[in-house]
Design a protein around this ligand. Sequence first.
Ligand SMILES: [Zn+2]
Length: 374
Amino acid sequence: MLSIVLCSLLSTAVASALDRKQVKLSKIFHQTRSAHDVHKNIQAGGVTLVFSDDLVINQLPVTSSKKTRLCFFVPDGRLQLALTSMREIKSPQDNAYTVRISEVNTPKSGLQLDIEYDPDRVVFARDMFQRVTREHKLVFYFYDKQLLDTMKTKTEVPMIVHAALDPSVVIDCGHGGHDFGVIGCERIAEKNVCLAVGRKVAEGLKKKGIRVFLTRDSDTYVSLDNRIHEVNTINPCLLVSIHANASNDKNVSGIETFYFNRSLCSMQKKISNDTNSIGSAIDMHQKELTTKSKQLAQAMQEVVCKEVADSGAIQVVDRKVKAEPLQLLMGAMVPASLIEIGFLTNTQEAKLLLQDNYQLRVANGICKGIINSM
Ligand SMILES: [Zn+2]
């Protein structure tokens, strides 16, 4: 099942009347670029703030200083993360940017978001995303100024470049350890199905000479943050996440694949100190990530459905490709998609997903989809 509901770190056992008016910041996620990608990935870093509800964001004036400072205010915002009232997030490799989040009570109660960055090194952009679950994501992006400047002169060159002779893929087997994912018919745990299929995908890709990394290769728990960190450190050509689905209606079955559409999901986009060329270079990079992620999702969806239909084991339901701002897909700085290989709450599909032969068919479909979109 999708990991779309991010767990809040503090339980809210008793919500007072006052609490209900507040907009809770339930999760902070910092994406960073690995040291060896400094000259490849234009996104130097990103900070995602996940709020429980609709939020208003106001920009406040700040006094001038050497670095560029921006200050935003979320009225009635509150940290739900820990007992500390302040969080600081710094760029890991240098002091290119810092984001400070603090609760303030005067003159108005809310969250103050202070951003400081070196305009010679990074370009700042912000964006907001919304989901049907009412979860709201505010994202601060920090782009590599030097790389953007280089691209201004040669924007026809694709920005996501990988050596064709050394293709690599990260396979993310959903859940693991104490995180069982969906518990389906006859107590089938999603984590086991994801791992079995993921391993088969990895084997298939290795046979084709592709370097493969698994975010987990055993029944262990790896947090989403750590998975994303690993993906961005490895910096593969593609990321594929494998999950199995659930529904309250046991008749629901089928296969669906997700990707993150950076433009469709966006509610507003603000790029600071943008000359048109820098703004369009960032747009191009985002579009390229979206296009490649969608291609990957479509290729996998198509081939997996075909492989499963060819098996004759089930009348496959093609639930199509969908765009969703899922944390893993948002956090990965490479083309990425997430496939839900069937419903464990559907008796027929659950039984098939336990069978080695059927898992192999699904895995073959995923492999072919990956290879087709590389
Ligand atoms: Zn799942």
